[in-house]
Design a protein around this ligand. Sequence first.
Ligand SMILES: [Zn+2]
Length: 81
Amino acid sequence: MDAIASRIIKARQYAAERDQRIHVISFEVRIDGENANHQVSYNRGKWGCDCEESMRRGICAHIMAMEEIMGDTVEPAMTAA
Ligand SMILES: [Zn+2]
């Protein structure tokens, strides 16, 4: 097997085993909301969002949406209200 073919196979394997292999360190995204856009950030297990609910409760729909998208690659957001 040549180097390119084995690289492709390895890449597919990593992607398929993402829940065990992929661990997100940090990211920043913009969510286009109904009324405004919001910026969600994640850094080594710490979640943040610039919306009012997140400021008050530490969790919001924007963070929860990103949690769902990122699955097991991220730490769960604090749910204690
Ligand atoms: Zn938010």
